[in-house]
Design a protein around this ligand. Structure first.
Ligand code: MRU
Length: 347
């Protein structure tokens, strides 16, 4: 399995997702500030992976903060990491989890605080892999046999601590003996589909065909696609789903062509504080991601550019939301709240 992010010798080591698939290089972060830069610059990306990175970043910050100034430093650490990317709620979920733990450790010797924070970050990582496996198991039954699955962006092992959410469902379907193949949208402008999803599925020997984003409608209409499975960055209480830009278009085209549209995500991607997807903050990224491809200009200098990194798919287009607790169906106000409550009752 690909190691997306690891804690090695008191440093956070991430595979550099900006360089894949051309080079398999690793970035080593020795400070929380370096972790923050790695998240912002998309060395690591994908909502659950961002959450794991944030938890490890907090642990790294606590490890190096001077004893006398720990509380003030802790706020700075959490504040810096929270400023990196606004849409994936897993970032804030992980920081909040680390904050709650830190609050409960007041008065303990600093060595024990440091050790406990590192152990918690490692637990966030280990749990994420187990959660992805459970999402896969729950979703595999929804995947039709001997059909093609369309996916958008990369919601795979690289977007999580391992195994993936949407790609976890596909992996689990294959492990269950289903004979499926995958169509991967290239996912302009950052090309997570072309660079990461195709690379990941190739490693597993799952037959995958790369298409450009504007081909999705053509293939959804053709009858070839049995279902769509995507990940999510934040899901509002009513089931509206923020995911990589272009997801909304795929969902509308899937509905038009009677193709089920599934979202696979952990409970930590739910944001039940938001009544609808209209309230989800959408990250705006640099114009150069649109005007340039691998450093080469593809637009005239001075072109006006819009680059929202995510869009929101209204819940009415979502056939089901696959979580580690089970498969949520509409009305999502009820089903998502029930699943989230089951988690908090256990924790
Ligand atoms: O900008 P990115 O690459 O972080 O966006 C990633 C996505 O939109 C994924 O689909 C989402 O985070 C789910 S990852 C399991």
């Amino acid at each position: 399995m690909i190691e997306t992010i690891q804690w090695i010798d008191d440093a956070v080591v991430m595979i550099d997702q900006r360089r894949l698939p051309v080079e398999e290089k690793y970035v080593t972060c020795r400070t929380y500030q370096e972790v923050a830069v790695a998240i912002k610059d998309m060395v690591i990306r994908g909502a659950p992976a961002i959450g794991v990175a944030a938890a490890m970043g907090v642990a790294l910050g606590v490890l190096h903060a001077p004893e006398g100034d720990l509380d003030a430093q802790f706020s700075a650490i959490c504040g810096t990491l929270a400023q990196t990317r606004p849409t994936a709620v897993n970032l804030f979920w992980a920081i909040d989890r680390m904050k709650r733990l830190y609050g409960s450790l007041a008065g303990l010797p600093i060595a024990s605080i440091r050790r406990t924070m590192i152990e918690e970050a490692l637990r966030v990582r280990a749990e994420d892999i187990a959660i992805c496996r459970a999402i896969g198991r729950n979703g595999a039954a929804l995947v039709p046999d001997e059909r093609t699955i369309l996916t958008h962006c990369n919601a795979g092992a690289l977007a999580t601590a391992g195994y993936g959410t949407a790609l976890g469902v596909i992996r689990a379907a294959v492990e269950a003996g289903k004979r499926v193949d995958v169509f991967a949208d290239e996912t302009r402008p950052f090309l997570q589909g072309a660079r990461l999803t195709v690379w990941e599925l190739q490693q597993d020997g799952i037959p995958t065909t790369l298409i450009t984003d504007n081909m999705a409608g053509h293939f959804l209409k053709s009858g070839r696609i049995g279902c769509v499975v995507v990940g999510a960055d934040r899901i509002a209480a009513n089931g509206d789903v923020a995911n990589k830009i272009g997801t909304y278009s795929v969902a509308v085209l899937a509905r038009e062509n009677n193709v089920p549209f599934f979202v696979a995500a952990p409970i930590s991607t739910l944001d039940l504080t938001l009544a609808s997807g209209d309230l989800i903050p959408i990250e705006q990224r640099a114009a150069s991601e649109v005007t340039h491809v691998f450093g080469q200009p593809v637009a005239p200098a001075g072109a006006a550019v819009a680059n929202p990194a995510f869009d929101v798919t209204p819940a009415r287009y979502v056939s089901a939301i696959i979580t580690e607790r089970g498969v949520a169906r509409a009305p999502y106000e009820d089903s998502l709240r029930r699943f989230a409550a089951a988690i908090s009752a256990r924790s």
